[in-house]
Ligand binder design. Structure first.
Ligand code: FAD
Length: 457
């Protein structure tokens, strides 16, 4: 098939909002990507991995969307160092399937294994271990980047470091990541030892995490924002560490296989509502008593939502947004409390809320994490939501916080510019690598990262 062959599709991110028509290209070989960029077939292009960003980062209304999932070859692996070289379309699920039985695990992982290496680097993803290990970029030794003019640049923290730190977190706007080398983590089993602690409110969860996170590789809290009165913000703090082989029986890699279920359409028609979620939350809280040393397999610990393939459809026809905010330590408690109060008062209590503590920031120009607290909130889309969230954006700015681009669908360019202080450096580097603005996305234009004239129509 020629590099310029495309399919018309209606696309969205994981939140199913916004939904946009697209010309979708699917390269099978790296050379085809270069051919496509040189063809002039579209005014602009954006790479797309597995579409697990929530909003419009991997959409490009009026331009081309280039799927990377066929470019998914493993290229080399060194069992001494754990360094894996692969094409950027390889997914974390594929890495785990091949390398976990050999004693290696992704060093940083988001809450789903259905992301590509390219998508994960482009968002500079964080996991439950940011307080210890930082983002994925800390484990990328180097990468190959196809730029808009067809050059292939080698980037690493020591070679073309400016390009490397613009690409990690750069949401596909510096070029198409072709290959990367990642340092995998050596583990002794497919299990974690997990400690669960219940907290009566958000403040208590933050106290528990501040006191005990340093003793664990992974830490996260699930927060119930639908409970009312004194129970508002009750949480379950979950902290885990890779389990040593000695804790397991004969086969430390054997995990009971659970096939992900696909919810039938008639069930989806009932969509989630406050009552059903509040009931689920109460059950979840009651079933997680304080326990330590619990053995939990990696899939249940890291990827509980992957158990339902199409859970994103539960939010109904209009979809949902994930509002992931972070605040520095000085303002985190007061700003989070203000933000949640504002949402609840407006009738938008989040259905799902996940809390993590971030360690120090890295050099990524648009990387999201910096020292402080992050809370990710799932909220169904409705007409008034845009206005409510724009009120929340003021709380974010007043508290010196910011929103995560990989989840964002609604932020304004003004809020973005005010909260990402290295944006101008990013723009300058982009202008050098891509003067004609050939790499653009719906998110990039909405936020004014690339000019409005880049993609016409
Ligand atoms: C259930 C769930 C849980 C999540 N949990 C977390 C979490 O804990 N932490 C976290 O950080 N994120 C989390 N995410 C977000 C997710 O990790 C990121 O959005 C990630 O970028 C998705 O990867 P993808 O392959 O699906 O990329 P896509 O969504 O397809 O694309 C995302 C961005 O990457 C760019 N991109 C993709 N491939 C390439 C390439 N080859 N070269 C250059 N750019 C490219 C796209 O242009 C786009 O800007 C979660 C998402 C879901 C659905």
């Amino acid at each position: 098939m020629p590099a310029t062959a495309y399919v018309r599709e209606t696309l969205s991110g994981w939140g199913r909002f916004p939904v946009e028509p697209a010309h979708v290209y699917r390269a099978e070989k790296r050379a085809e990507l270069r051919e496509l960029l040189a063809s002039g077939a579209e005014p602009s292009y954006i790479a797309r991995g597995l579409g697990r960003s929530y909003g419009d980062a991997a959409l490009n209304a009026g331009g081309g969307v280039v799927r990377q999932t066929r470019l998914n070859r493993f290229l080399s692996f060194d069992p001494q160092t754990g360094i894996l070289e692969c094409e950027a379309g390889v997914s974390f699920a594929e890495i785990i399937r091949h390398f976990l039985p050999r004693g290696f695990f992704p060093p940083v992982t988001p809450g789903t294994q259905f992301v590509t290496v390219g998508g994960a680097i482009a968002a500079d993803v964080h996991g439950k271990n940011h307080h210890r290990d930082g983002t994925l970029a800390n484990f990328v030794t180097d990468l190959q980047l196809l730029t808009a003019d067809g050059r292939v640049l080698h980037g690493s923290p020591s070679e073309n470091a400016d390009v490397f730190w613009a690409t990690a977190g750069g949401m596909g706007l510096t070029g198409i990541i072709l290959t990367a080398r990642l340092r995998l983590r050596r583990v002794e089993s497919a299990f974690l030892t997990v400690e669960y602690r219940r907290a009566r409110c958000l403040d208590e969860a933050l106290d528990v995490m501040a006191e005990t996170d340093a003793g664990h590789q992974y830490s996260v809290a699930w927060v119930d924002c639908l409970a009312t009165g004194a129970s508002f913000g009750r949480s379950v703090v979950m902290q885990g560490d890779h389990a040593p082989a000695a804790r397991l029986g004969k086969d430390p890699w054997k995990v009971r296989e659970r096939r992900p279920v696909t919810l039938p359409l008639h069930l989806l028609a009932f969509a989630l509502n406050k009552l059903s979620v509040a009931a689920f939350n109460a059950l979840y809280c009651a079933s997680h008593r304080d326990r330590a040393g619990q053995l939990v397999d990696y899939a249940r610990f890291f990827y509980p939502l992957d158990a339902i393939r199409n859970w994103n459809r539960l939010y109904g026809r209009r979809g949902f947004v994930q509002y992931q905010v972070m605040f520095p330590p000085e303002t985190a408690r007061s700003s989070l409390s203000l933000l949640l109060r504002r949402l609840v008062q407006a009738g938008y209590a989040p259905y799902l809320a996940v809390l993590k503590r971030f360690g120090d920031r890295n050099q990524g120009l648009l990387s999201f994490p910096m020292k402080g607290i992050t809370l990710a909130l799932d909220i169904p889309v409705s007409r008034a939501l845009v206005e409510v969230l724009s009120g929340c954006d003021s709380i974010v700015l007043d508290g010196g916080g910011r929103l995560y681009l990989a989840k964002d669908a609604l932020m304004s360019g003004r809020t973005f510019a005010a909260s990402y202080p290295r944006l101008e450096e990013f723009r300058q580097l982009k202008a050098r690598l891509d003067p004609a603005g050939m790499l653009s996305s719906s998110l990039a234009r909405r936020l004014g990262i690339t000019g409005p004239g880049v993609a016409s129509g």
